[in-house]
Design a protein around this ligand. Structure first.
Ligand code: 5CA
Length: 445
C-alpha cells in the first residue's frame, strides 16, 4: 500500500477525550473513529488489525475442534422469554420494535439462539460433542462506555457454545476452551491469566476470566506472581485427550489468581509474601460451564446411549475480540506510539523514502516494494512528499514492527537501513538483504 493513496488520518494532537494510552493511540494512529458513545467505525488501519486478531482467534478455535458459523445480531424477544432472560437482562439490552410491532433486540450474547439451533437439529448423543462458535458484533448498553474499544456498547466478540452428553464431557469442553484461549492470547504476545470469576447474567458455577495485567485495567486482581511466568509455548496438544487438557488447566490455575469478585483473603495470605501481588487487569475473555440452565428451559434434549432423554449439558466461552486491540496496545507501546508484534501488525513492514522525488531513492523504494510483494509481504510505503521527521513520527505512531529507510546517502554506498520498532536497533544492508531479512522474519509467522 502506498501511503499517498491510503486512508490513514493520523492526528498530531492528543485527543482530549482519551484517558488511557490505547484509546489515545488508536485515535492518533487513525484506527478508529467514534460515531456515538461506545460505538466506533473501524478505519482501514484499525480494520486490518481487527481482521488479523479475528484470524488468530479462528485458527485456534478450529485447532481445538470447534466449528464456526454465523448468527445474526438481531434476535427475537420471544426466544429470550423462553429462558426468562428477556426481563432479567435489564437496561443493558437494546430493545427494538420492528414495523410489524414485533419485539426484537440487538444480541448482547447468544445462548438462547444457539440453543434454538441445537434443539432444531440435534437430538442424539451420537452427534456430540459439539462446539459451535461465531465472531459477531454484540450490543450492551453499558452505563459507562469508556476507554475506546475497551468498554464499548457495540463490540466484537467471539462466543462459542459447547454441547455435551454429561458433565464430565462438558467440563472437558470448558478445559479445551481454556487451553485454546491460552494459546490464542500468547500468539498475540499477551500474558492472560485465567482467574476464578463470578458468573453474572450468564449463570453457572464454573467460570474463569482471562486477565491481561495492566495498570489501566478495570478489574482489581490478586495473584501469585509466579503465574505470570507460565507459558504454553509450542506444545502439541491433543485436544481430544481429556487428561492432557485437564493437566494444562491445572498447571495454569493452581497458583493463586483471583479478581476482586472472588478474592479469598485467607488463601491469598498463604502465598509467600514476596510472590503476593495486587494489581489491575483487563478482562479479555471468560469461559462458563452452566450445565442445563438453557437446555432445560428451552427443551434442548438428547437421547443417551441407554435410550433416556436428558437436557444437553452446555457451556459458553467468550473472547473480547475488539477489546483485544486495546489490551495489546496497553501491553506494547512506548511514548512514540504503538508497537505491534509480527503476528498482529497491520502491515509487516514500512518503507520510508527520505527524499521523495530523488531518482535513485524512488527507484530503490519501488524495487523494495515490489520485491517484498513478490514474497507475499505487503509493505506500507510512505511515498508522500513530507519531511523525514514527519514520516518517522507516523511510522512510530502506527507501530509497524519493521521499517526500511531509504535515502540518497545510503544508496550511494549501496545500503538501506532496517530498523526494529521494538528495540530501535538498525542495520545497514543492501536492498536485497533487507528484503531477505524481512522475509525470513515473517517466514515463521
Ligand atoms: N456468552 C458469554 C461468553 S460466550 C459472554 O457473553 N461472556 S462475557 O460477558 O464475559 O463477554 C465475553 C468477553 O467480551 C469479555 O470477557 C470481554 O473481553 C468482552 N466484552 C464484554 N463486554 C464488553 C464491552 N462492553 N466492550 C468490549 N468488550 C466487552
Amino acid at each position: 500500500m502506498r501511503l499517498s493513496r491510503y486512508f490513514l488520518p493520523v492526528l498530531k494532537e492528543n485527543p482530549a477525550e482519551a484517558q488511557i494510552v490505547s484509546h489515545r493511540y488508536m485515535l492518533r494512529a487513525g484506527m478508529i473513529k467514534q460515531q456515538a458513545a461506545g460505538i466506533y467505525s473501524w478505519l482501514p488501519l484499525g480494520f486490518r488489525v481487527l481482521k488479523r486478531i479475528e484470524e488468530i482467534v479462528h485458527q485456534e478455535q478450529v485447532r481445538a475442534g470447534h466449528i464456526p458459523l454465523l448468527m445474526p445480531t438481531l434476535q427475537s424477544a420471544d426466544l429470550w422469554r423462553e429462558s426468562g432472560r428477556y426481563d432479567d437482562y435489564g437496561q443493558e439490552m437494546l430493545r427494538i420494535i420492528d414495523r410489524q410491532k414485533r419485539e426484537m433486540l440487538y444480541g448482547p450474547t447468544n445462548e438462547e439462539m444457539i440453543t434454538d439451533i441445537f434443539r432444531s437439529h440435534v437430538n442424539s448423543y451420537k452427534d456430540l460433542p459439539l462446539t459451535l462458535y461465531h465472531i459477531q458484533w454484540k450490543f450492551r448498553d453499558e452505563m459507562r462506555p469508556r476507554f475506546g474499544v475497551m468498554r464499548g456498547r457495540e463490540f466484537l466478540m467471539k462466543d462459542g457454545y459447547s454441547f455435551d452428553i454429561d458433565k464430565d464431557a462438558a467440563l472437558h469442553a470448558y478445559n479445551r476452551h481454556m487451553v485454546s484461549y491460552l494459546r490464542t492470547y500468547e500468539r498475540m504476545g499477551l500474558t492472560a491469566i485465567p482467574m476464578r470469576a463470578a458468573s453474572g447474567p450468564i449463570g453457572g458455577d464454573n467460570t474463569h476470566e482471562f486477565l491481561v495485567l495492566a495498570q489501566t485495567g478495570e478489574s482489581e486482581v490478586f495473584y501469585d506472581d509466579r503465574v505470570t511466568a507460565l507459558k504454553l509455548g509450542q506444545r502439541d496438544i491433543d485436544f481430544d485427550d481429556r487428561a492432557v487438557v485437564a493437566d494444562v488447566c491445572k498447571e495454569f490455575t493452581t497458583l493463586y489468581a483471583r479478581t476482586d469478585e472472588t478474592h479469598d483473603v485467607t488463601a491469598f495470605e498463604a502465598v509467600p509474601e514476596h510472590h503476593r501481588k495486587v494489581g489491575r487487569g483487563i478482562e479479555v475473555g471468560q469461559i462458563f460451564y452452566f450445565g442445563t440452565k438453557y437446555s432445560e428451559a428451552m427443551g434442548a434434549m438428547v437421547v443417551t446411549p441407554d435410550g433416556s432423554r436428558v437436557p444437553v449439558e452446555m457451556g459458553s466461552h467468550g473472547i473480547g475480540v475488539s477489546r483485544l486491540l486495546g489490551a495489546i496496545i496497553e501491553a506494547s507501546h512506548d511514548d512514540k506510539g504503538i508497537i505491534w508484534s509480527e503476528e498482529v501488525t497491520p502491515f509487516p513492514v514500512g518503507i520510508v523514502n527520505l527524499k521523495q522525488g530523488d531518482g535513485a531513492a524512488d527507484a530503490a523504494c519501488e524495487g523494495l516494494y515490489k520485491a517484498l510483494a513478490t514474497k507475499g509481504l505487503e509493505a506500507l510505503y510512505d511515498d508522500r512528499d513530507e519531511r523525514a521527521g514527519a514520516k518517522f513520527a507516523t511510522m512510530d505512531m502506527i507501530g509497524l514492527p519493521w521499517r526500511i529507510t531509504v535515502g540518497p546517502r545510503g544508496l550511494a554506498s549501496g545500503v538501506v537501513e532496517v530498523t526494529s520498532r521494538r528495540t530501535g536497533e538498525s542495520e545497514e544492508v543492501s536492498p536485497e538483504a533487507a528484503v531477505a531479512r524481512i522475509a525470513q522474519i515473517y517466514a515463521g509467522v
